[in-house]
Design a protein around this ligand. Structure first.
Ligand SMILES: Nc1ncnc2c1ncn2[C@@H]1O[C@H](COP(=O)(O)OP(=O)(O)OP(=O)(O)O)[C@@H](O)[C@H]1O
Length: 290
């Protein structure tokens, strides 16, 4: 099972060059596409979902162009967009039944059994008769996953699904996504580094329409293992540091500014610290100066 994105570029009518020759080969399991707002994540997701075509480049699923026969590819695709609409007053069961019909499950018994199984998977059985438009954000996202899974997709795309979820709901959502990774390619786009740390065996960093780094999270972190240094600094010191060091991030820790520097050699008075995926991310996508 393989999705191959080759040299995909897209410029919108307003002149924004959102995707610049993207190349990615993605296999079974969870792939994390990490990037800041406006990086191009939704653009590449919508392109894979065949909702828009690239200006140039190709995408193949198991050797077949997805644009040559989009209807066939969509049968194998599950796409959870950033914002998806639900009908007012419709219960989860009724909506899933409606979508199951649209997806071609004609037999009523088969539909019921599939819907029961999916409601259980996403922990919504006891809420299945409530109107989906009254659900909390987390319940709504879980409902979205159930909807996506109706046709047993081989490629599942989830666009920023955890934004706005509280920590308990985020964990619940992780555990549902995790159950899908044995049998499908799951592409998760997010600006939350923790999503990728917790879930993904493979990842890419996207910024300004370009893939800046690609690999297994552990290996990417190992590549900067000895290069991360911390120190509490004043605002004046920070300005100075920025002029002669690579300051990749700053955090407020116990009321003080803690600066993180990436360097092969020890900067004076800094303490070396264990690198994590957030450090790796910021080494490619520096945060804005405070
Ligand atoms: N339909 C469109 N028409 C014009 N410009 C667009 C369109 N969709 C996205 N863009 C622009 O393309 C760039 C990439 O946007 P995209 O939504 O793909 O990024 P993103 O990484 O998903 O960001 P976010 O996390 O904010 O959703 C942005 O500058 C955005 O304003």
């Amino acid at each position: 099972m393989e999705l191959e994105i080759r040299d995909v570029s897209k410029t919108y009518a307003n002149g924004v060059h959102a995707l610049k020759a993207i190349n990615l080969t993605i296999g079974k399991g969870m792939f994390g596409l990490l990037g800041p707002n406006g990086a191009g994540k939704s653009s590449i997701m919508r392109t894979i979902a065949t909702l828009q075509t690239p200006d140039s480049g190709e995408i193949h699923f198991d050797g077949q162009s997805i644009f040559a026969n989009p209807t066939e590819f969509r049968r194998q695709l599950g796409y959870l967009p950033q914002d998806f609409g639900v009908y007012a007053n419709a219960s989860a069961t009724d909506m899933l039944d409606y979508f199951a019909r649209l997806k071609g499950i004609q037999n009523a018994k088969q539909r019921k059994s599939k819907i029961d199984q999916l409601l259980q998977l996403v922990n919504l059985t006891e809420h299945c008769h409530k109107a989906v438009d009254t659900y909390s954000g987390g319940m709504r996202q879980r409902f979205g996953i159930a909807q996506v899974l109706l046709n047993n997709p081989k490629v599942i795309i989830v666009d920023e699904p955890t934004a706005g979820l509280d920590p308990a709901e985020r964990n619940r959502f992780y555990s549902i996504l995790h159950q899908l990774t044995d049998s499908a390619i799951v592409i998760l786009s997010t600006h939350i580094v923790g999503d990728v740390t917790n879930l993904c065996g493979d990842m890419g960093i996207l910024n300004r329409g370009t893939i800046l780094a690609r690999g297994k999270p552990d290996e990417l972190v190992a590549s900067i293992a000895q290069q991360i240094w911390h120190k509490s600094v004043s605002r004046e010191e920070l300005k100075q540091l920025r002029s002669n060091h690579k300051v990749i991030s700053t955090r407020i820790v116990k009321g003080e500014i803690q600066a993180t520097i990436q360097s092969d050699t020890a900067p004076a008075h800094f303490t070396q610290s264990a690198a994590d995926l957030e450090d790796f991310y910021f080494s490619y996508v520096p945060e804005l100066a405070v």
